[in-house]
Design a protein around this ligand. Structure first.
Ligand code: ADP
Ligand code: MG
Length: 237
């Protein structure tokens, strides 16, 4: 579903490429962990798949479509098929939880629809938000102010928002880096289980090689812009 061939990414003025001949094939529904030290190229790799970083050489294909050649509406179309989950700071604090969850629907809603939802959500739309929050086990937070959530709850809301987007893949960039290990392992386990259940591919960067080996189908080490796949244990979920 996602295919990178000999991808090189060179940031302007950088001494060495951030991605240096990367090859990676990810099938529909597969869970892949990217593990590597800070500065190794994990964020660049995820942003390259989403068309946020221009590639200097090679190709990135999503369902056979070359991401590097997309512009405007076609690129926005691609991004609705790939959901992003960031480390933190990517929920809107002054909105309520259900509004952040339904931000996942923005790709299929017009601006007028989205604005109407903010002031007058329909019962059917709230049902969709509630169902997504049930999948991440916090349905009681539907009307809660987002700013009052704990770190773990925030990442559950980010996962719920990604599910509402109905993507073909989720690209998660160190989604548990700001959580303690016990909470981190819960959230990673949840993310892997939900994407498997829905047949969504998951590419997730992590610091902790332990989480990667416990939960993911495949573990890929990232070092200085190069990838190296390691043997994964059988995932527990
Ligand atoms: P990681 O996510 O593994 O920490 P990054 O992808 O953020 O790694 O960074 C890989 C390399 O690219 C690093 O050397 C970093 O300094 C460099 N880099 C990242 N983003 C930019 C940018 N926007 N401009 C220039 N260099 C960048
Ligand atoms: Mg990073």
């Amino acid at each position: 579903m996602i295919s990178l061939r000999d991808v090189v990414v060179r940031y302007p003025g950088a001494a060495r490429p951030a991605l240096d001949g990367v090859n990676l094939e990810v099938a529909a529904g597969e869970t892949v962990a990217l593990v590597g030290p800070s500065g190794s190229g994990k964020t660049t790799l995820l942003r390259t798949i989403n068309g946020l970083v221009p590639i200097s050489a090679g190709s990135v294909l999503v369902d056979g479509i070359a991401v590097g050649e997309l512009r405007g509406r076609a690129l926005r179309g691609l991004r609705t098929r790939l959901a992003m989950i960031a480390q933190h700071h990517d929920l809107v604090d002054r909105l309520s939880v259900h509004q952040n969850v339904m931000a996942g629907a923005l790709g299929r809603w017009s601006t007028a629809h989205a604005l109407r939802y903010l002031v007058f959500p329909l019962e059917s739309e709230l049902d969709e938000a509630r169902a997504a929050l049930e999948r991440v086990s916090i349905p009681e937070k539907l009307w809660a102010p987002t700013r009052e959530l704990s770190g773990g709850e925030r990442q559950r809301v980010a996962i719920a928002r990604a599910l509402v987007q109905q993507p073909e893949a989720i690209l998660a960039d160190e989604p548990v880096a700001s959580l303690d290990p016990r909470l981190g392992t819960q959230i990673i386990g949840l993310l892997c289980r939900l994407t498997r259940e829905s047949g969504i591919a998951l590419i997730c960067s992590l610091h902790q090689v332990q989480f990667a080996q416990d939960y993911f189908d495949r573990v890929v080490l990232v070092e200085r812009g190069s990838l190296c796949e390691v043997e994964s244990k059988q995932p527990v979920t």
